[in-house]
Write a protein that binds this ligand. Structure first.
Ligand code: ZN
Length: 208
């Protein structure tokens, strides 16, 4: 019998379900979206608005496949393991990420934009066993020399008169002015300087 898989650090719990906060158009023209009563933590350092969720990790049931915006942002920003929140694995080849396998695309994964935070060695070795989605789609471990913060993934709003109306899910870089209209749920990084790592190499490094 194998040990029960851990609930990943970035996974949302039912006790953390959405707080109903209306999103409004900022008063000055083309300033994008905001909350009527905002506090400074609700925007990141680039001024982008983030989805409001309570921080109650472990309350209720895990909502697998749903990511808690603030924990994802913390893990991605600080390069923490998305499963156990320890520092992600890093050596001279870069930081370790696990990506859905797109090796059939020429040049992949160079310049890939990802919303998945990195992993430590132990969790990277175990993840395909723990996660049915990864088993189905196939996962590739990649070490990245320059995983640069790029932008956000979230819900794009559009203006309808004085109202802000949700439109579609988007991934937008910080240097695109449209980012002011996105309610962010994930921080993204663009991956440059990538080396694909074979599963045997992970196992070997774990044993040393
Ligand atoms: Zn870990």
């Amino acid at each position: 019998m194998t040990a029960r898989p851990p609930v990943p650090y970035v996974t949302a719990w039912t006790g953390e379900d959405r707080r109903t906060a209306p999103v409004v158009v900022c008063r000055a023209n083309d300033r994008g979206i905001g909350y009527p009563h905002e506090n400074p933590q609700e925007r990141d350092t680039m001024g982008v608005l983030w989805a409001r969720r309570p921080l109650r990790q472990g309350h209720g049931r895990p909502r697998y496949g749903h990511v808690h915006p603030q924990r994802q942002r913390r893990a991605m920003h600080r390069l923490l393991c998305q499963v156990c929140a320890a520092p992600a694995y890093e050596d001279e080849h870069g930081t370790l990420f696990l990506l859905e396998d797109h090796r059939d695309v020429p040049g992949w994964p160079e310049e890939e934009v990802t919303a998945h935070p990195p992993l430590c060695l132990q969790c990277a070795a175990m993840s395909p066993e723990w996660c049915p989605h990864l088993r189905r789609t196939g996962a590739v471990a990649v070490q990245v020399q320059h995983p640069d913060i790029d932008g956000v993934h979230g819900l794009m709003y559009r203006r309808e008169g004085r109202l802000a109306v949700p439109d579609k899910a988007v991934t937008v870089p910080y240097d695109d002015p449209a980012v002011r209209w996105v309610l962010a749920a994930h921080l993204t990084r663009v991956l440059r300087g990538c080396t694909i790592v074979q599963p045997e190499e992970i196992a070997e490094r774990l044993s040393t």
